[in-house]
Ligand binder design. Sequence first.
Ligand SMILES: [Cu+2]
Length: 502
Amino acid sequence: MDRRRFIILGSAGSVAVLTGCGGGSGAAMPPSGTTPPPMNPPPATPASPLTAGQFLADLVQLTNTSSTPGLFAATVAAQRASKVMLPGTATEFWTYNSLVPGPLIDVYEGDTVRIRLENRLSQETTVHWHGLPVPPDQDGNPMDPVAPGASRVYEFTLPVGSAGTYWYHPHPHELTAEQVFRGMAGLLVVRSRTDPVPATIEEKLLFISDLRLASDGTIPANTAMDWQNGREGNYVLVNGQYRPVLTINPGQSQRWRIVNATNARYLRLALTGHTLTLIGTDGGLLRSPVPGLDEILLAPAERVEVIVTASLSPRASAVLQSLPYDRGGMGMMGSSSSTIPLLTLDYTSAATAAVALPSALGSIAALGVPTKTRRLVFSSGMGMGGMGGGMMSFLIDGKTFDPARIDLTSRVNELEQWTIENRSSMDHPFHLHGTQFQVVSRTRGGVTSNEPYLAWRDTVNVAAFETVVFNVVQQQLGRRMYHCHILEHESQGMMGVLEVVA
Ligand SMILES: [Cu+2]
C-alpha cells in the first residue's frame, strides 16, 4: 500500500511535505549498472502545458536560526515534496526543505556558515558548495556520503574576497544527476559589505533549471540517450516558474545574478532589444564592466552577473531567451536548433532615473607566473556492455572515476597552469572544486584567443576539440573533485580526484 500523503499548497514556490516510506526513484539507472535503459525518446510534452506569465517569484530565503553575529546557522532537509506544475496534477520532486528550487542562502564575506543536512531520502546524498573555498571535508565529496536517515553538519567560513554567485547541489557517487534533475539545487549568494555596485540598482536573482514532465505529471527517469548527451527537460524554469514576468521601469537598471542549474542545457542568453553589461562571473566581480554584449553563453553550472538597463519606451516588452547552440550531442538537432523563451521583461510606465555604474568594480588581479603545468584530456569511447554497442563512455585522461584513486597531486598554495584538451565531439563544462581559477586562453581550430579580461571562474566550457588553459591555486589540504558538469557525464565517472598536499 502506498502510504505517502500529499498535502498540496499549490501556489508558486510553495510545496508540501510528503511523508511515509518511499522506495527509490524506481527508475534511475545506476550509471555503472548492467541493465541499460530503453533507447526511447523522452516523453512528449504534456498536452496541457505549464502556466506561463506569473510574476517572477523571489526565492524563498533560508532562515538564519543563529543570533550570533557572523554566524549563519540553519537546517536543510533533503526530502520528497510535491508541487503542482501541470494544472490539477501534483509532481513529486526531491527537494531541500520542500522548495523547488531550494532555499536561497544569502550571506556575507566573513560569515561562518553552519548547515545541518538531514537526509530523508531513500538514498545517500551530500551537499556540495559549488565554487566556494570550503575545506575538502566540508564540501560534500562523493567519498563522504550522508546515509538515508542520517544527518551531518557542514561548517565553513567565507573569506573576504569570496563575494560572488554560487549554488549548492548534491554530489553523491553516481547519483548526482538524478538528485539534481528531481529538484535538488539552490542559490547561495556571498555579499561584500563594500560592494561597489550601488544598492540603488535593484537586484534580481534568476535561478534557471530544467524540468522534464511526463504527461501524467511525473518526472521520468533518464533514457539511454540522456545518459549519453546529458538530460534536457521539456520546460526551462526560472525560480521554479515557467516563463515568468519581471517588471522594470523605463530608464531603470537592474543587476541580474543568473545561475545555470540545469543538468546539461547550454543557455545562450540574449534579451531582445537590449544588450547586456557583464559585471561578474562565477566567483565575483570583474575589474570593470563589459558593456554591449548581444549574448552570453552560460554552460551548465556557470553563473554571471549582468546589468540590464531599460532603454526602451514605457510599456515596452522584451524576452530573455536562450538561442540555439550546438553542443555536439548525438541526435540533438531538435533541442539545439530552437530558441527558448525564459522570461518576459515588461516595462512599466513610471520612468526611473538611471543610476551610473562605477567604472571600477572588483579588485581582481592576475595570478602571476605558474611554477607547475599539467594537462588533462577529455575523450569519449565506446563503453562496455552496451548490447550491440552504441553506448559511449566519457573519460578524463582515459579513465572513469574511482573514489579510491588519487588522479592528481598538487602542492598547497602553488600556482599551477592547467590545460584541458577536449578530444571529443561534444562540449564538456570543466569544473574544479574548492577554488576559483583564471582562464588564460582558448584554442580552437588552431587559433588561440587570449581571454579578453580577468574573471574568476570555477566552471569553464571546453567546446568540442577545443583546448582551454587556466591558472589556479589550491589553498587547502585534502581531496578535491574535478569533473564534467554535464551531470550525466559526472555521474557516469567523467571525474577525478586531486589531492592537495603540503
Ligand atoms: Cu561531459
